[in-house]
Design a protein around this ligand. Structure first.
Ligand code: SPV
Ligand code: MN
Length: 630
């Protein structure tokens, strides 16, 4: 028997229709068949359904997610709501592990596990996990179709919500798999929500939630979860596999948005990417009024023939935090979320078919249904914590093309040329609001040292600085040294390296008051754009280039119609030598834990330290007004 016949006999026509078997055989890909057979044997679904790119197949997913109650209709046409388990409302970092073969190096930053032990454990948990459920076979593309950037992805899941979300967030891939000509060059993801409980049905066995990344087989196995950051193969699970692939090849996979910057009065669009740890202004920068959005979360970058790095959004939708989205601060998203179109709300409050969330800016009901179940204001959970009307990590899932600022280049197979990169941190007293790197290597350094200060919104002490190199630490699967070195090699291949900028929107004065208004970031972005086009001079300092007062004054006037005083400039751009030296000490301590950090990183760190100490000696002052450095 050949593999096709073997497959058909082994799977059996009581499990899969002849029509669906034909869809699989049409791919002429033995690797696909082997994977499906292995996991059907293991997970034991009662039905196997193959979804192609046809409208009919894709409609089936939406119709079924509603009929089995994974999603419910809301009043507005196309709007649905989904709930994850009360205990599955965010990424589970502890149970997400990278499987490492015996004897291979295990980086202290990465949550790793011995590969054999990990596989034994998760395969045991997955045994029979789809019993009584239908398993969907899905084909998608990470990146635009017919593009050099693209990676194909096979997803098996027993969650129709997962499949529906992926239809909104990713490009279709069945036809792209046909073009593979039998190659094994694709990622695959096996997901099961596991045993379900209640109505709406949510994962029961949260204590057995596991997400194991198997680099060797280019696959991720994920079980007993529904929250998209844990369950959707193509989102953060594929990010990890792609980081491994990019770092072993010659390109970058990054936790970047992609933004088209359009300065007023200049007839041009300049593309930037940006990485920010959570709560440091990533979405608000990607959605800056008057600009174009290409992507908000993950990008692939390659050195292109024109000498620039080109980037694509590997997604075509947004899985965004809904908290604080309101008509005043986010008019574009708010409009999209309140008018008819296909979209999924998750973990919000619903009353009489209407969704409500934190920071929505409208009167909300005192009861309804939310991630807690039937909810009344004041309810508390079993630990005695008051349950808010919606979860702070409640989300919306929407097509990017539904936003009026979506860039038509979203699906360009050549991506967009990147002129600049933003790395955004959060600290109240150290980094200036905007700073440009001295060169590419120093730019990598700026990305590697971004720190985010904990706020009172998170548990634990406030004001503790956590470093997250390139806002990518949660997803790293290769040692930090290799990752930084790959950035360096990448830059060397470019004729036009992106200019790198670090941002800090959270500086405070001595009384704890923010030094900048929320929209001031627009000026930092437009100034950076101008720098990449040669429009502005800058002040060279040991830590990088700072903007000149006159340029900012003009930009505040043009972009925000605001006066910008010298006093404001001095308060925001004064170089605080002691704070900066302390930061370098923290970074040195952190990076010393990892072996093989590239030499250029240490060279820059020591150079910055001696530059700052030199300045201290020369001026005898701990705080240096930028006017003194011109
Ligand atoms: C993030 O946390 O960076 C997100 C949401 O983009 S999640 O899908 O949970 O990763
Ligand atoms: Mn993200």
């Amino acid at each position: 028997m050949d593999l096709n016949e073997e497959f058909a006999v082994a799977i059996g026509t009581d499990l899969i229709s002849q029509q669906d078997i034909d869809k699989l055989f049409a791919l002429k890909n033995d690797h696909v068949l082997k994977i499906i057979k292995q996991f059907v044997d293991l997970c034991k679904p009662s039905k196997l359904t193959v979804i192609s790119d046809s409208d009919e197949d894709i409609k089936y997913v939406v119709q079924k997610t509603l009929s089995i109650g994974e999603e419910s209709n809301l009043n507005v046409k196309g709007h649905t709501v989904h709930y994850d388990s009360f205990y599955d409302q965010a990424r589970d970092k502890g149970n997400t592990k990278v499987l490492i073969p015996k004897g291979e190096y295990r980086s202290p930053w990465i949550n790793t596990m011995d590969r054999d032990e990990g596989l034994e454990e998760i395969l045991e948990i997955m045994h029979g996990c789809m019993k009584g459920k239908e398993c969907l076979v899905r084909f998608f593309c990470l990146g635009p179709i017919k593009s050099k950037f693209t990676i194909r992805a096979l997803q098996l899941t027993d969650s129709f919500y997962v499949a529906h979300s992926e239809d909104i967030l990713y490009r279709k891939g069945y036809e792209e798999f046909r073009d593979l000509n039998g190659s094994k060059e694709f990622f695959h993801f096996i997901h099961s929500a596991g045993e379900l409980i209640g109505n709406p049905p949510v994962t029961k066995n949260i204590e057995k939630r596991r997400i194991y990344v198997d680099l060797q087989e280019s696959r991720v196995l994920s079980v007993n979860n529904q929250y998209a950051g844990n369950s959707l193969g193509l989102k953060k699970l594929a990010l990890r596999l792609a980081i491994c692939k990019a770092n072993n090849e010659d390109w970058l996979t990054e936790h970047y948005f992609i933004l088209g910057v359009r300065p007023k009065g200049k007839n041009r669009v300049t593309y930037f990417t940006g990485a920010f740890p959570s709560a440091c202004g990533k979405t608000s920068t990607a959605m800056l009024p008057g600009q174009l959005i290409v992507g908000d979360d993950i990008a692939y970058l390659r050195a292109w023939e024109d000498g620039f790095a080109h980037a694509v959004n590997i997604e075509k939708g947004i899985f965004g935090i809904i908290k604080d989205v309101n008509a005043k601060n986010d008019p574009v998203i708010y409009e999209a979320l309140t008018s008819p179109r296909e979209l999924i709300f998750s973990n919000v409050l619903v009353k009489d078919g209407k969704p409500y969330w934190l920071g929505m800016g409208v009167e909300h009901p005192k009861d309804g249904f939310n991630h807690f179940g039937a909810w009344i204001e004041g309810n508390s959970d079993e630990k005695g914590n008051v349950v808010s009307l919606a979860h702070p990590n409640a989300r919306y899932t929407i097509n990017l093309t539904d936003l009026s600022n979506c860039d038509p280049k979203l699906d360009d197979p050549n991506g967009v040329p990147i002129h600049g990169i933003f790395y955004g941190g959060r600290d109240s007293d150290t980094m200036p609001p905007i700073l440009e790197s001295l060169n590419w290597e120093h730019g990598i350094f700026l990305g590697a040292i971004i720190e985010s200060e904990t706020t009172s919104a998170t548990l634990g002490a406030t004001g503790v600085r956590k470093a997250s190199p390139m806002a990518n630490l949660d997803f790293l699967v290769v040692p930090l040294g290799k990752y930084l070195n790959n950035h360096n090699i990448f830059g060397k291949k470019l004729k036009h390296c992106p200019q790198v900028f670090s941002t800090n929107y959270f500086l405070k004065d001595k009384d704890g008051k923010y030094l900048n208004a929320i929209l001031d970031k627009k000026v930092w972005v437009i100034w950076s754009e101008g720098r990449t086009r040669g429009d502005f001079d800058a002040i060279k300092t040991p830590i990088g280039y700072l903007p000149k007062y006159e340029d900012l004054k003009t930009l505040f006037r043009i972009e925000l119609n605001k006066d910008y005083s010298k006093d404001e400039y001095i308060a925001q751009f004064t170089i605080k030598i002691n704070f900066l030296l302390e930061k370098l000490n923290r970074i040195e301590k952190m990076y010393k834990k990892e072996k093989e950090i590239p030499k250029f990183f240490w060279d820059i760190l020591f150079m910055q330290r001696s530059g700052l100490n030199g300045l201290l000696k020369k001026t005898g002052k701990e705080e240096i007004n930028p006017f003194e450095l011109i």
